[in-house]
Design a protein around this ligand. Structure first.
Ligand code: NIG
Length: 407
């Protein structure tokens, strides 16, 4: 997702029927802090001005968006894109009644280890481009299908060529054939040493069949000592200690959160740890949907992410996740859009993305619809009309283009 930096010229975008800013300074009761009949000025790679079109300043260039909605690019804070191979048959078996279990990850580990760097790069290039074309302008991705120091380092390096947020997930499952105690020692020593200069985050799959509380805590503490930010896969397949541990250790996010006790919900509501829900994964694994409504009502910060990976959630469509959160998890459209933009940014501890405010990176998602409501009102319809990342058009409109008004 390394798009060319835009020139320093300013550009005025008009014809915006509805602009979602997520600007906490704008006030009012609208979570998305929307502006109707809006305009945006982009200068270089940043937002320079937003407001009602009637008050817009001049700029070097002008683009009329023809009555469309504009929102921040999606901030997809959970994916696993460094992989090879395919798990179609596992999916088919699941749809025929087999349960999803952590062990399926090993299938992808075997295929990933056998793949060349070029094969893994080709997959990353394809999947990152696919996400970007659908409006995802910030993407996190994890290692976790290598599970040796050399393979995890390879995955981290390759991921860093394509995405800006890279997470070490050596603690995904115990490496095939390894003794659990020996593998934990490898994680805490050689594996962490190998990846630490190449990743921002460390993640642990704290779950039956993966890592228990003690092992998860040991990995997270070692990673924190090494200067990495923390993330946790928690409470996905069973109730367990993941959420509690994430909150206790100050993780930026705990992801999945399907099986929560009242104490887990209270812990999330009382902490800065974001609860990241993964609606496409819940459906694809036939898990109970994460209780996003309950979490929001309790006061927790919620993010929505794709969890794009070949096993549990083979989709890069954040729009699908947003529609599912609205139609099946009981969120309003505003809550779901906020969770997939500003919520994702909070889960990555970022303030420069996920909002269209002065000084933010100019990441814009133009819908072929007059409002974000259409994301759930027209589920499954590809509504992305244009995407700008860091002030540069990456899909749809080039600078200076004129587009027909929506008919
Ligand atoms: O987030 N839960 C653990 N890891 C991934 C699944 C990876 C896989 O099945 O390959 C997840 O769902």
């Amino acid at each position: 997702m390394n798009t060319p930096r835009a020139s320093g010229a300013s550009i005025l975008l008009t014809g915006i029927a509805e602009l979602t800013t997520n600007d906490p300074e704008r006030g009012g009761s609208d979570l998305l802090a929307r502006v109707r009949d809006a305009a945006v000025v982009v200068e270089g790679d940043r937002i320079a001005w937003t407001g009602p079109a009637a008050h817009a300043p001049d700029a070097d260039e002008r683009v009329d968006l023809g009555g469309r909605a504009v929102l921040p690019g999606w901030v997809d804070s959970h994916s696993h894109l460094v992989f090879a191979g395919d798990r179609t048959s596992e999916f088919e078996a699941r749809m025929a009644g087999q349960p999803y279990a952590a062990g399926g990850i090993v299938t992808t580990v075997t295929a990933t280890r056998a793949a060349s760097d070029e094969e893994l790069r080709a997959g990353l290039r394809k999947h990152v481009a696919e996400a970007l074309a659908q409006g995802t302008t910030t993407l996190e991705t994890k290692t976790g299908y290598g599970l040796t120091p050399a393979e995890e380092l390879r995955a981290a390096r390759l991921a860093g060529e394509f995405v800006e947020e890279v997470t070490w997930l050596g603690a995904h499952v115990v490496a095939p054939g390894a003794d659990p105690g020996d593998y934990l020692a490898e994680l805490l020593g050689p594996q962490l040493d190998a990846v630490r200069g190449h990743v921002r985050w460390a993640d642990v799959f704290c779950e039956t069949g993966a890592f228990d509380e003690d092992a998860s805590r040991a990995v997270l503490l070692a990673a924190r000592d090494a200067g990495l930010g923390l993330r946790v896969h928690g409470n996905q397949l069973t109730p367990g200690p993941g959420v509690r541990l994430a909150c206790e250790l100050g993780a930026a996010s705990v992801d999945h959160v399907n099986h929560l006790t009242d104490a887990d919900v209270d812990a999330l509501a009382g902490s800065a740890t974001v609860a990241t829900v993964l609606p496409a994964c819940d459906i694809s694994t036939r898990q109970p949907l994460a209780p996003a409504r309950r979490l929001l009502d309790a006061g927790a910060t919620v993010a929505i992410a794709s969890n794009c990976n070949p096993g549990s959630s083979w989709t890069s469509s954040v729009a699908f996740c947003v529609a599912t959160a609205v139609l099946q998890m009981g969120l309003t459209v505003a809550e779901a859009v906020h969770a997939a933009t500003a919520g994702g940014a909070a889960a990555l501890r970022r303030t420069d993305v996920g909002r269209v405010v002065v000084g933010a990176r100019a990441d814009l998602h133009v819908l072929d619809a007059p409002s974000v409501t259409h994301l759930a009102y027209r589920p499954g319809v590809p509504l992305t009309h244009a995407v700008w990342r860091a002030g540069a058009p990456v899909r749809g409109l080039s600078r200076g283009a004129q587009v027909p008004t929506r008919g």
